[in-house]
Write a protein that binds this ligand. Structure first.
Ligand code: SF4
Length: 94
């Protein structure tokens, strides 16, 4: 699987904590309030959302439940369906 698309990601210059909050997976760290608005706003303008949604599905298949992919928080209930909806949306518009 090629990851060259990441070079065009809108989140490339964003702090990683925006998309991978520390608080929920590393006990003992000071909790950071989950901000789902900021990453989703960034994802809205991203040109590689389709690739990112596919990667998110791969992450779920591997049992990973952390991080935000294509605006979808993998910890949320219904994350798989949300990622599939993103992929469906891209296949309709491309
Ligand atoms: S869709 Fe969002 S998380 Fe995925 S690469 Fe683009 S900006 Fe980053």
């Amino acid at each position: 699987m090629s990851y060259e698309w990441r070079d065009r990601a809108a989140c490339r210059s964003t702090y990683p904590e925006v998309f991978f909050p520390i608080s929920r997976t590393q006990p003992g760290r000071r909790p950071i309030p989950a901000d789902r608005v900021t990453p989703r706003r960034i994802c809205t303008s991203c040109l590689v959302g389709l690739d990112c949604a596919r990667l998110g599905l791969t992450a779920l298949d591997k049992g990973w439940r952390h991080g935000i992919y294509a605006g979808v928080d993998l910890e949320e209930r219904g994350a798989r369906q949300a990622l599939l909806a993103v992929i469906e949306k891209h296949s309709v518009t491309t």
